[in-house]
Design a protein around this ligand. Structure first.
Ligand code: SF4
Ligand code: SF4
Length: 131
């Protein structure tokens, strides 16, 4: 069953936390990497030693972040991981089970952490996550 909980709003645009969730770049699929490289430049993505494709990081933020805004938010290859964070796991479509406190809102609003845990427990997630 895939209920459609209304996720709490996060202040993403513009982000008051200098887009902390973009600090490490993001894992992209091979298709997303090829698409992004073709239209935005080969230098924007790389393949890690573990074989995963990732966006490059410059000056502590994903290379696609500019002036605290993602420049590819409306791109057809906007990474699924970014679309799902912090609620939906892009790979499984289920609840996001990784570290959510990369978003500082989760540090200042413990109820968000509790909601995330409850979602994982119940296996509930929706595809229309904010972000
Ligand atoms: S998820 Fe958190 S850190 Fe990322 S843009 Fe939204 S409010 Fe900012
Ligand atoms: S692609 Fe955009 S939203 Fe995703 S990490 Fe990079 S700047 Fe942030």
């Amino acid at each position: 069953m895939r209920p459609d909980p209304a996720f709490p709003a996060l202040p993403c645009l513009p982000c008051p936390h200098q887009s902390a969730c973009c600090a490490y770049g993001v894992t992209v699929s091979a298709e997303e990497a090829a698409s992004l490289a073709a239209r935005h430049g080969e230098d924007k993505v790389y393949r890690s030693r573990w074989g995963e494709w990732r966006t490059r990081v410059r000056q502590g933020r994903c290379i696609f972040l500019r002036d605290n805004e993602c420049t590819i938010h409306d791109d057809p290859s906007y990474p699924a991981v970014c679309r799902g964070f912090p609620w939906v796991d892009a790979e499984t479509g289920g609840p996001y089970e990784f570290e959510q406190t990369i978003c500082p809102e989760f540090l200042s609003r413990p109820e968000l952490v509790q909601l995330g845990k409850a979602m994982v427990r119940s296996g509930a997630a929706a595809m229309n996550a904010p972000g």
